[in-house]
Design a protein around this ligand. Sequence first.
Ligand code: PLP
Length: 425
Amino acid sequence: ALSPSPLADLDTAALREAHSSFARAYDELKAAGLSLDITRGKPSADQLDLSNDLLHLPDGAYRDAAGTDLRNYGGPNGLTELREIFSGALRVPVAQLLALGNASLTVMHDTIAQALIHGVPGGDLPWANQSISFLAPVPGYDRHFTILERFGIRMIPVPMNDDGPDIEAVASLLAADDSIKGMWCVPVYSNPTGAVYSEKVVRALVSLDAAPDFRLFWDNAYAVHHLTDDRPEPIDVLTLAAEAGNPDRPLIFASTSKVTFPGSGVAFFGASPANIAWFQHNSAAQSIGPDKLNQLRHALFLKDADGLTAHMEKHRAILEPKFAAVDEVFRERLSPWGAGSWNAPKGGYFVSLDVADGSAKRAVQLAKEAGIAVTPAGSTFPYGEDPRDANIRIAPTFPSLDELTAALGGLCTAILLAEAETLLA
Ligand code: PLP
C-alpha cells in the first residue's frame, strides 16, 4: 500500500497511485449513502436544552426593578437589568448599551440603512448620496457581505491575520480612499478564523486617519463564547476610540443568539453618546419599544454576569469535544498527505480550513455528492469569490459528535481526491 507523504512532493506516477486510492475511498463513501450537514453555525439541541428554563419564565413576573409594567409599550432602551448583565463582557457602559429585538443582524442591517438614508454624526451627507465602500476582512461572515451586496455597497477585501485584520493594508486603503465608510470587525473569535483582535490592532483601527463618517461595525457576536481557559481580556473599544479622538467610530453589536435561543434572544447595540442619540432618534420612528418580557425572561434566567459566565461554561462542555474532533480528524486524515491547514480556535463557532489552491469548490462538490453538506466554498468572501478557491468554513456545533466525525471523515476523503485532481490537472 501507498505510504502517505505530502501530495505536492509526489512524482506523477505516485500521484496517480494516490489519486486512485482516494477515488476508491470516495466511491465507498458515496456507496454508504450518508446524509449529513455541517453547513451552518447553529447550536445543537443539547445546547438549546441548557436554556429550557426560559420556556417557563418570566413565570408571572412582569415588572422591572423600578416597578415599571413591562407588559406595556415603552422602554426603548431595553431592560436595565439585562443591560447590566452584558455591560461588563461587552465593555459598554449601561447608559450606552441598548437591549433591542431578537437578532443583532437586523440591527446591523438597519443601522446601515439609516446611515444610507440619513448619514451618521460627523458626516456631511447621507451615505446613499455618496459613492461608498466598506472594508471586508477575509475570510469573513457571509451574512455581513449579503447586507452590503443587497444595498449595492462595494466591498474591498483585506487579509486577516491571527491578531486581526492586516493593519498596514487597512491603513493604506483608508488613507487613499475617502469613500470607505465602514469596516466589518468580529473582534473576538472571528467568524470563521477564530482570530482575536489584539489591543495593538484595536488601537490602530480607532486611530487611523479615515473619513469623519467612517464606522467600525464591531460585531462582538462571540464575546463570551470561550472554548478554553485562555480567555482574551475584553477590549474597551469605546474608550480607546475616545482617547484617540474618534469617539464615534465604533458601533458595537451583540446578541444572546448563541447564549440562549437563536431567533428568540435579545440583541444589543453599544456606541458613543452621539451615536446612541442618533440611533434612538432613528429607532423612535420604527418602534414603540422592544420585547421587554423576553428581556425580563433573559434577566431572570441569567441573573448576573457570573450567571452568564456559568451558563457559557455549560456550552463549552458540549462544544469542546466537537472542536477537538475537527482537529483530530484533520490531523489524522489530512496531515499525512500535507493537505489542509486550519486553526484550533479558542472560542466561537467555526474552524477555517484552507485546502490546496483551486480545490475548495471541487472538494465541497464531491462531499455534497456523497451526502455531506458543507458551507459552499467561497461564501467566506465578498460576492462568494475566493480568489484562491481554498477556504472552507467548518461549523462543528450542530451535529452530534458521531455525525460530525463521520461528516469530517467524508469531507477529508473529498478533499484528498480534489487535491489530487488539481495536482494532476
Ligand atoms: N454575527 C456573527 C459574526 C455571526 O457569526 C452570527 C451568526 O452566525 C451573527 C452575527 C448572527 O447574530 P444574530 O442571531 O444576533 O442576528
